[in-house]
Ligand binder design. Structure first.
Ligand SMILES: Nc1nc2c(ncn2[C@@H]2O[C@H](COP(=O)(O)OP(=O)(O)OP(=O)(O)O)[C@@H](O)[C@H]2O)c(=O)[nH]1
Ligand SMILES: [Mg+2]
Length: 555
């Protein structure tokens, strides 16, 4: 938790802002208030990911930390999906799928989702399992992340975990102490360094070594890391069989507590900055309301006209934003098609070669052969197209990025013009509400290959003795690949187009919303502030007081 006094002060400042908004019908600060309220109330979590080769003892280590055999462990690769453990007053487990579905499950049935034996190859499409348990209270604020063997999941993890403070997380690389540092581990370390500087090594299964051997192993690791990576990493020993408590204590004082302290500092700075900018905006609005409240009625109307003038016309603004969105959306499909074209020839060649090789061993009549071919094609195309989709989709986002930039520019110029008018007419330099339109990345489409053949001539299999016709049909199957590749790349393109254009539309709605709220707020401030001079003055005073030390200028 961040500093209690600072949190109380932030709450007080928020209360004044909320009261001001209620009195003066300020709608444009709503989002910012929500963000700050959320930050003030929540305890942010730091992710500590346990990574490493299969069977390094990652899950066993976590079980030992929490003092309970909760995560599945075993002698063959076990953990198949990412599992996050954090403190919660009541025990619960929630499974989230890649489709975004969340289901609560009984904690005893965890292995049905996280173990390779009961969820082979993650057939259940689980993105992550989140577990809350009361016994993690001493680690409150940390979220311990168990990962499947090998490190590549870390990339996935960093991409998908909540991104507000990703850099605070740490990585624990588990390596079995009875094995030397492998090339794989070094490669993983190099990879990890791109994501977080906070990496420690955990030499597991220390019980397999004598105290003297342990020292030797630690020295060997130090030397190798210094030579290979020119880096010094903290190294911890661990065993879930002997001296658990002393191993645990060292980790706690030298790693976990330090992480928590870091997080508090970082979190405090973010909250301070956000509260500062929110109270500044609120004060500008109160200033505007105060000036306007002191005017006679007819002057107030004139003021409104001078400040909003042409800009007050929301319909024109809406139309302009629609034009901006459309200008990008119409190019989305062409851009993706053009980009995907580069994969077509190679993909066709690769599939054709693979089919030639695999088909040689197929047996049966035409009907059986066709079934086999259908399955083969579906399986291989789905894998290939999904791989392209997962690896390349960031390249499809051109129009989304451009739409985002053009809407931000539009908002900026709207804001600049409005600010200039307010300064000219009222002499107030306005601190506008924080505006940030957020891009919601479209989720990955499901690739579905439906029809393989237009005409089921395979039903007439009895007409074609295979020893005569087989070469003919093989050729036909091979030729079909080219068309299947074209059709399915195009389908992929269409699915991404839909997602991306939906995201552009979402940007447009956000931008319109910002402007609508700002205009409504100013309209309310100027038209309805009559006779509220005293109340406004009191709020300004409260705001000054509440800002106190707690909202010194942020970073
Ligand atoms: N002697 C000894 N064996 C351990 C220790 N920790 C784990 N093991 C054994 O190592 C094997 C692998 O343990 P897991 O915890 O499943 O390893 P993991 O890294 O989670 O494996 P994956 O999930 O498959 O990547 C099991 O047979 C454990 O009993 C330890 O401290 N000492
Ligand atoms: Mg495991």
């Amino acid at each position: 938790m961040c500093d209690q006094a600072f949190q109380a002060q932030s709450r007080k400042a928020l209360d004044v802002v909320v009261a001001s908004c209620r009195l003066l019908k300020i709608t444009s600060l709503k989002r910012q208030i929500e963000v700050c309220q959320d930050l003030v109330e929540r305890t942010p979590l730091i992710d500590v990911a346990i990574l490493g080769q299969f069977k390094a003892g990652k899950s066993s280590f976590l079980n030992s930390l929490i003092g309970r055999r909760l995560l599945p462990v075993g002698v063959i690769p076990v953990t198949t999906v990412i599992t996050r453990l954090s403190y919660g007053p009541v025990e619960r487990a929630v499974v989230s799928t890649f489709e975004g579905e969340r289901t609560e499950i009984p904690i005893e049935r965890l292995d049905e989702y996280t173990s390779e034996a009961k969820n082979p190859g993650n057939a259940k499409n689980v993105a992550v399992v989140d577990i809350e348990i009361p016994s993690l209270e001493e680690y409150a604020g940390l979220r311990l992340v168990d990962t499947p063997g090998l490190g590549s999941v870390f990339k996935y993890h960093m991409e998908t975990s909540e991104n507000w403070l990703p850099e605070v997380g740490a990585a624990i690389l588990a390596i079995s102490a009875d094995r030397p540092l492998s090339e794989h581990d070094l490669a993983l370390l190099r990879d990890l360094l791109r994501y977080t500087p906070r990496i420690v090594l955990l030499l597991t299964k220390a019980d397999l070594l004598t105290p003297h051997q342990r020292e030797e192993v630690v020295a060997f690791f130090r030397d190798t890391l210094e030579r290979e990576l020119k880096r010094d990493f903290p190294i911890f020993l661990y065993s879930d069989r002997v001296d658990q408590e002393s191993f645990k204590r060292r980790l706690e004082t030298e790693l976990f507590l330090k992480l928590a302290a870091n997080r508090d500092g970082e979190f405090g700075r973010i909250l301070q900055y956000k509260i500062h900018s929110l109270t500044e905006s609120c004060r500008s609005y109160l200033d505007i309301a105060l000036k306007s409240s002191l005017q006679a009625d007819q002057d107030r109307q004139a003021l409104k006209q001078q400040i909003l003038g042409e800009m007050g016309n929301l319909t024109t603004i809406q139309e302009e934003l629609i034009t901006l969105a459309r200008a990008q959306a119409i190019h989305t499909r062409t851009n993706i098609d053009k980009y995907l074209e580069r994969f077509r020839p190679d993909l066709t060649k690769r599939l054709t070669a693979a089919l030639k090789e695999d088909m040689a061993s197929w047996q049966g009549n035409l009907w059986q052969l066709t079934r086999r071919y259908g399955e083969w094609l579906r399986e291989n195309l789905i894998t290939e197209i999904n791989t392209i989709s997962a690896r390349e989709h960031k390249h499809f986002f051109g129009t989304l990025i451009k739409a985002h930039a053009s809407m931000e520019r539009y908002l900026e110029s709207f804001r600049a013009l409005l600010g200039a008018n307010i300064e000219r007419v009222l002499g107030i330099k306005m601190v506008p509400a924080e505006w940030k339109i957020e891009v919601n990345e479209p989720s990955r489409p499901d690739i579905l290959i439906t029809r393989i053949f237009d005409f089921h001539f395979d039903l007439l299999w009895f007409l074609f003795p295979m020893f005569i016709f087989r070469p003919f049909f093989e050729r036909h199957f091979l030729n079909l690949i080219q068309r299947q590749v074209v059709v399915n790349l195009s389908r992929l393109s269409a699915q991404w187009e839909m997602g991306i254009n939906r995201a552009i539309e979402d940007l447009r709605k956000q931008a319109t919303g910002y402007i609508r709220d700002e205009l409504a707020t100013l309209d309310a401030l100027i038209s309805q502030s009559r006779g509220q001079t005293e109340a406004i003055r009191a709020l300004l005073k409260d705001l000054e007081e509440a800002r106190g030390d707690g909202t010194r200028k942020g970073p």
